[in-house]
Design a protein around this ligand. Structure first.
Ligand code: PGA
Length: 259
């Protein structure tokens, strides 16, 4: 059975002290709860990854990077490699977020290289895919998802137990307050799982965690994660507010128990 994942994507927010304060409080609150079947992840900005990891201690809280270099090492000023993340014991990294695709012009091949670097270093990629509003309105949602999956996963083997998470994040729902309905989200997630089944077989497809992202908040998380192919959320804005993030964790705990 898949775990329920509550992942916060802080983007370029918070500072060192706010990060430590948040993660120390969260570690304490998580220790008071029954967290079997639940994974809590915070994607903090690079400079605070190690502090966040230290603040989580041995709680179930885990840290993700928000991006990683497509290169292994060398003269790439400003880049952070998957090996560096491994050396800090940061288990996850987001890749292919629509803000990186849009503002940093990342293409499918670059995202594939990032995914390879993470797998080489035994890190778990959280691959983001999703359509724009125009693409949805033109009926291209599945085509876009398929293309982004094909580009990122071309020639990638997962048969040896390597882990991968995929976040379906419709671009029109990110930071806009517009959430996909539970039906729309489930439909996209079912398409993604079906595609994975075609490429990797039923067993691997069943084990890949699929997250929904796009204006997820305490008021809508329950309905979304109750869907059969939605295994949790990648949460931006609402993950910055401690009480909201904890409320979403509590909803996920209830969902994890009922599965
Ligand atoms: P949002 O962001 O929850 O603020 O819409 C989600 C994301 O970009 O991962």
């Amino acid at each position: 059975m898949r775990d329920i994942i509550v992942a916060g994507n802080w983007k370029m927010n918070k500072d060192h002290l706010l990060t430590v304060d948040f993660c120390v409080s969260l570690a304490l609150d998580l220790q008071k709860r029954r967290t079997d079947g639940l994974k809590v992840i915070v994607a903090a900005p690079y400079p605070f990854l190690d502090a966040a990891r230290g603040a989580f201690g041995d709680s179930v809280g885990m840290v993700a990077a928000q991006d990683v270099s497509a290169h292994t090492e060398g003269a790439y000023t400003g880049e952070v490699s998957a090996y560096m993340l491994a050396s800090l014991q940061i288990p996850y990294s987001i890749i292919g977020h629509s803000e990186r695709r849009q503002y940093h012009h990342e293409n499918g091949e670059e995202i594939r290289q990032k995914l390879i670097r993470l797998l080489e270093n035994e890190r778990i990629p959280i691959l983001c895919i999703g359509e724009t509003l125009k693409e949805r309105e033109e009926g291209l949602t599945n085509k876009v998802l398929e293309t982004q999956l094909q580009e990122a996963l071309k020639d990638i083997a997962l048969e040896d137990g390597r882990e991968l998470y995929i976040a379906y994040e419709p671009v029109w729902a990110i930071g806009t307050g517009k959430t996909a309905t539970a039906d729309q989200a489930q439909e996209a997630h079912a398409f993604i799982r079906g595609w994975l089944k075609g490429g990797y077989g039923a067993e691997i497809a069943q084990n890949i965690h699929l997250l929904y992202g796009g204006s997820m908040k305490p008021q809508n998380i329950a309905e979304l994660i109750a869907q059969p192919d939605i295994d949790g959320g990648l949460i931006g804005g609402a993950s910055l507010i401690y009480e909201d993030f904890l409320a979403m964790i509590d909803t996920a705990i209830i969902q994890a128990k009922t599965e």
